[in-house]
Structure formats: structure tokens, C-alpha cells
Design a protein around this ligand. Structure first.
Ligand code: CP
Ligand code: NVA
Length: 318
């Protein structure tokens, strides 16, 4: 049966550990100049309905390094942008390629795509989740701290796609997570309820310093995400103070790491001195998108076969 990578909570801790262990192996090989054409002859379709620098380049380069091939599809230049139904796109792409990566708005759209596709589907960011990014973040913490489990994580900013994937990760791995958002920008209630049911150790607060106190990892994101450009001015007012700055770093543990998925708005959610400072690992984090996604693609694509119980041209999902 094919597997999709739509949200972290669909995967067990052991499976995610295995992906991160493979990431380490692939990164070591790449650094030592050892080629690993594990996906020779395979193709990846990359559907982008939002902008990207890191995600597009890392998936495309990753497929090349694995001996495969990636095809960039923007909604503007394909029939997707002219309203071709997702269910048709899914079935057509499945006849050509071995996996589909998609960056879009609604999580329901990638779920529909995955339902109708015979090949694995990877979530490269929706409004609800950004699972590949959190995998790269965990791998970066592993490299710098030796473990991603025994850490206290602090999220300052919007209760958005990034925060939701951190909530998933906290529930799966059992680490402590503290989330500080302005009032009215708390994470999605269904995501929080799911985590509570899992017994996750998560503090929700409106006080950034409470979240940062003695934390091992500080993490933030833009105040206005893609698709929220019209809210930029209002958000600049509402998010004032929800910033990682020298005071936040001083409140955190002495050897804390600072993460940011990038792109960053210096002077808003993070100061220039912190992103350029000794605690920041943001460029390792960006690089690790490449290594982690290679491991995800190998995991999903190497042994993926069309599902006999789930034939092509499936009936409509309910
Ligand atoms: N962090 C991240 O996903 O970056 P891009 O939007 O540039 O892909
Ligand atoms: N929250 C941001 C992340 C960008 C990588 C967005 O959705 O735009």
C-alpha cells in the first residue's frame, strides 16, 4: 500500500526516527561525495500554488541527487490553475510520475489528491501544516544537541501551519512545547484537542517570555503567512512583542538554538542580531530540508507499488 506524508500525526515516532536516521546516512554520504541513486528512473511532480525558494530547490536537487527527476508545476501554467478538478489531476499525474509533492492552501485539497492518487503524496506546506519543515528542524536539533527528544521547545508567533506541525511533533515524541501567540492567533482548536487527547506536554500562553524561559530551542515564523498579505498591517499591530530578540535568548537556556523556517522578516518576528548571532542555526536548518526530504522520498518511493485494493479511478471520497 502506498504511504503519503500529509501530516506528522499520521506517522509513528519509530517511523519518523527511521526517516531521520536515513537523513543522517544520506547527508553523510553526500558530504563524503558518495552518490546514492536510490530513485534512479523515478519522477516527482512538484505542484506549487504558493511561492517557494527552499522547498522547490531542495526537492528538485534532492531528486537529482537520488538519480531521479523532478517536474515543477505551478498552478499558473497548468490546467490546475484553470480549475481542473483535483481528482482528475491526481489520476493523470499518477499515470506519469512516481510521487507528487504539493504546496497549496487547504489541507482538504491534499487529502483529496492523496485519495485519488496511486502514488505517494507529500505535503510541502498547506495553511494547516508544514511537516517537512519540522522534520528538518528536528534533524537540525539532533545535529546540534545530540537528540531531539530531550529538549524543551518554544514557539513564539502565529498559531499557524508551523505551530500545528510542532504540536504534532510534541505529541508524537513526548517533548515539552510552549507556544506563545497573541490573543486571537492561537493554534487551531482541533489540532490542540488532538494533542491533548494524546497527553502532549504543551503550554499555551500569550506571554513570549513565559514560553522562552529556560527553553532549549526557540522558534518563530513570519507574522503574516502566504495568503494573508492583506492582513499584514493589522498583524504588525497584533504581533508586536512576539519577537525573538536578545531578551528572549537571554531568558532561554544558555546553549539554546534559534530556528526559523525562513523567509524571515528581520525586525518583526526576529531581530537581525539574533538571526546572525551565535545561537542561530537557520542556515543549517535550511540546508537540512534537502537531506530530510531525500529521506522522505526514499522512504515513500523506493518500495511504493500501486495499491491493489485501491485501484485507479476510485469512486468519490465521502
Ligand atoms: N521554509 C520554507 O518552506 O521556505 P520556502 O517557502 O522558500 O520554500
Ligand atoms: N507560515 C509561513 C511559512 C513559510 C515557509 C507561510 O505559510 O507562509
Amino acid at each position: 500500500m502506498k504511504s503519503d506524508f500529509l501530516r506528522l500525526r499520521d506517522w509513528s515516532a519509530a517511523d519518523l526516527d527511521a526517516i531521520l536516521a536515513l537523513t543522517r546516512e544520506l547527508k553523510n554520504q553526500q558530504k563524503r561525495g558518495i552518490s546514492h541513486p536510490l530513485l534512479a528512473g523515478k519522477s516527482l511532480a512538484m505542484v506549487f500554488e504558493k511561492s517557494s525558494t527552499r522547498t522547490r530547490i531542495s526537492f528538485e536537487t534532492g531528486m537529482f541527487q537520488l538519480g531521479g527527476h523532478a517536474i515543477f508545476l505551478s498552478s499558473a501554467n497548468t490546467q490546475i490553475g484553470r480549475g481542473e478538478p483535483i481528482r482528475d489531476t491526481a489520476r493523470v499525474l499518477s499515470r506519469y510520475v512516481d510521487a507528487i509533492m504539493i504546496r497549496t492552501y487547504a489541507q482538504a485539497d491534499i487529502e483529496e489528491l492523496a485519495h485519488y492518487a496511486d502514488v505517494p503524496v507529500i505535503n510541502a506546506l498547506t495553511d494547516l501544516y508544514h511537516p517537512c519543515q519540522i522534520m528538518a528542524d528536528l534533524f537540525t536539533v539532533l545535529e546540534h544537541k545530540g537528540s531531539y527528544r530531550e529538549q524543551t521547545y518554544c514557539w513564539i508567533g502565529d498559531g499557524n501551519n508551523m505551530a500545528h506541525s510542532w504540536i504534532n511533533a510534541a505529541a508524537i515524541f513526548g517533548f515539552e512545547l510552549r507556544i506563545a501567540t497573541p490573543k486571537g492567533y492561537e493554534p487551531d482548536s482541533a489540532v490542540m484537542e488532538w494533542a491533548a487527547q494524546q497527553g502532549a506536554n504543551i503550554l499555551y500562553t500569550n506571554d513570549p517570555l513565559e514560553a522562552a524561559y529556560n527553553a532549549d530551542v526557540l522558534n518563530t515564523d513570519v507574522w503574516a503567512s502566504m495568503g494573508q498579505e492583506e492582513e499584514q498591517v493589522q498583524r504588525q499591530r497584533d504581533f508586536k512583542g512576539f519577537q525573538i530578540n536578545a531578551g528572549t535568548v537571554a531568558a532561554a537556556a544558555p546553549q539554546s538554538l534559534v530556528l526559523h523556517c525562513l523567509p524571515a522578516h528581520r525586525g518583526e518576528e526576529i531581530t537581525d542580531d539574533v538571526i546572525e548571532g551565535p545561537h542561530s542555526v537557520v542556515f543549517d536548518e535550511a540546508e537540512n530540508r534537502l537531506h530530510v526530504q531525500k529521506a522522505i522520498m526514499v522512504t515513500l518511493m523506493q518500495n511504493s507499488k500501486p495499491d491493489a485494493k485501491n485501484p485507479r479511478n476510485k469512486p468519490a471520497c465521502s
